[in-house]
Design a protein around this ligand. Structure first.
Ligand code: RIB
Length: 310
């Protein structure tokens, strides 16, 4: 069975909507709040699972949870979307959480995430999952686990010829040693700017930044450009630009990058060519921003296909 293995985080998202962000020391009356499943790893697993619904493919989550209510929220989330959680264990460290502040007008967000239990995953824990990684077709990772843990996952996957996707979020500087293990690197504008040390405002700058990143090791760089879409660059080839999809009014952009990564990974699993896989990811993200929440906002396969058909 073709499989995407997501080695990554789960945290509980606590989201607050208000007309603006508070200043330090200020208390602000908001308009709404919600508690829901989040964490970049889990969000991407949910996006991939929904995008693959009915295809017979499997999405597997590898992570660590606390023995608490947030951990139960993770397990019920994965069960509802048919995600295999047999590589998820439980520790004494509590499950993490994220404080998400959302601007009501634009849907833009600011986030503080405390990864909690999943951040105790070590390279040795990853070694124990080595056979599962080798058996997957795609390993999908983010940066809400310790860097050494991410590195080990990528090493095992690369040695076994498993396709690696790294979503370098939240942004931190990465070594060439790690970047060389990546088949598809999927930064957004600010992550790409930090990794390459270059501005990413115009499309020309985005391309220059992607080229600078390619020179550091990944085989393909896919820069997600928010409401502009995404740009895929392969060394020595013309960049592929895919415009964003307008699937309706923007409610919340939190998790849009996760939607892209999950949708893109699902399309790659089905052997779609690069441009089609990027379009699939953009359509997944375009739908997710029309809904509140992160994991709950991920669209189903039928919705993505309908949007792609126009
Ligand atoms: O990418 C969005 C996610 O980042 C949120 O769900 C939050 O948990 C943080 O990890």
């Amino acid at each position: 069975m073709a499989e995407i293995l997501v080695l990554g985080s789960f945290v509980a998202d606590v989201a607050f909507r208000a007309a603006r962000l508070p200043a330090w020391g200020e208390t602000l009356l908001g308009n709404a709040s919600a508690l829901g499943p989040g964490g970049k790893g889990s969000n991407q697993a949910v996006a991939a699972a929904r995008a693959l619904r009915g295809s017979g493919a499997r999405v597997r989550m590898a992570s660590r949870l606390g023995d608490d209510a947030f951990g139960q929220l993770a397990r019920s989330t994965w069960e509802a979307d048919g995600i295999d959680a047999s590589l998820v264990d439980t520790s004494v460290t509590p499950t993490g959480s994220a404080a998400i502040l959302i601007d009501d007008a634009s849907g833009n967000n600011a986030i503080i995430v405390v990864p909690g239990a999943c951040y105790t995953l070590t390279p040795q824990d990853v070694d124990r999952m080595a056979n599962a990684i080798r058996g997957a077709k795609i390993l999908l990772m983010q940066l809400e686990l310790p860097l050494a843990t991410v590195q080990r996952g990528l090493e095992i996957a690369r040695a076994a010829g498993v396709t690696t996707i790294l979503n370098p979020a939240p942004a931190v500087p990465l070594s060439e040693e790690m970047l060389k293990l990546v088949d598809y690197l999927t930064p957004n504008e600010s992550e790409a700017a930090l990794l390459a040390g270059l501005p990413v405002e115009t499309l020309e700058q985005a391309e220059a930044c992607a080229q600078a990143l390619l020179a550091r090791g990944p085989k393909t760089v896919i820069l997600t450009l928010g409401e502009r879409g995404a740009m895929a660059c392969v060394l020595g080839e013309k960049p592929v630009f895919v415009p964003a999809f307008n699937a309706g009014p923007v409610v919340e952009t939190t998790g849009a990058g996760d939607a892209f990564c999950g949708g893109f990974a699902a399309a790659l699993l089905e052997d779609k060519p690069l441009r089609d896989a990027v379009r699939f990811g953009c359509a997944t993200a375009g739908l997710s921003v029309t809904r509140a929440g992160t994991a709950p906002s991920m669209p189903q396969r039928a919705e993505i296909e309908a949007l792609l058909r126009g």
